[in-house]
Design a protein around this ligand. Sequence first.
Ligand code: ADP
Ligand code: MG
Length: 322
Amino acid sequence: MATIAVLDQNTIDKIAAGEVVERPASVVKELVENAMDAGATAITVEIRDGGISLVRITDNGSGIPAEQVPLAFLRHATSKLHDAQGLEAIGRMGFRGEALAAIAAVSRIELITREKGAAEGVRVVVQAGDIIDMSPIGCPEGTSITVRDIFHNTPARLKFLKSDRSEASACISAALHCALGRPEVSVRLKRDGEEVFFTPGDGRAESEVYALLGRETARGMLPVSGKGESMAVTGFTSSPAFGRGNRANQHFYCNGRYIKSVLLQSAVEQAYRNTLLTGKFPSCVLYLELSRGAVDVNVHPAKTEVKFSDEKKVFDLVYQTV
Ligand code: ADP
Ligand code: MG
């Protein structure tokens, strides 16, 4: 007869980790979002071997007070939300308090952090979710998290990773999407010691497009903006002469967060219907601002999909604007 057993915490955390941490790129996304939430103005992302052997994110944000460091690794530990009502008002990238716990469950973490104004920093080593060392250290203000050997203790998941090359390119996209969404934050990405991109963080979306999508794409982009009832859209779309063979350069943001949206994609493409050759796709970087309540960001575990409460209004605004 089968026996029913309650899973231990370690197993529960590993299962939960699967929802947040699919591959090294998820680590990049979550940690860059944390750095941005901490008010960082400069962030460096380093990956080695596609992020499988190492992902390191260094920021100049608020830092974490030493006594709160152990809490950061607990599940449902967040400094951004204190009750269910707060959920409505949340304007940050993270709020579920899952990322650090999930990453810690499947990797070896070294975190070095110094709170702004604190005399010294602290270094913590976390393995399989447990803090195995914590000691004071001299370091700059801000936080540096190094995530090594992702999935070393979940071989089944490790097997599902693709080549270093494809994992690296997923990490690069993740960092690029974060960077493109926040023109006021300077982001540097290094892969195996070599710089892949650097954004100046001067607050101008044009600079980001230029630094991240390249001179050619930037040259073919035209600024757009439009306003509707409780929503607005700004950004850039390509002139019809700059059609591409794929959708790789279509980027959508909703209230500062990178999203995937078939709805927005088709609104843009319909706007180009009679001006682009078939098989060619427009490029775009569109930033949507919607009032809270007009959008539910909480439908997707990795938060890349959103639910608009009035899809037709959003579609029409983007279509008309483009
Ligand atoms: P969430 O981002 O959903 O709150 P995380 O597990 O990603 O949950 O992070 C837990 C907490 O750790 C955050 O709420 C924040 O207080 C702290 N934290 C994580 N990363 C940083 C960072 N780079 N700088 C400052 N604080 C951080
Ligand atoms: Mg987070």
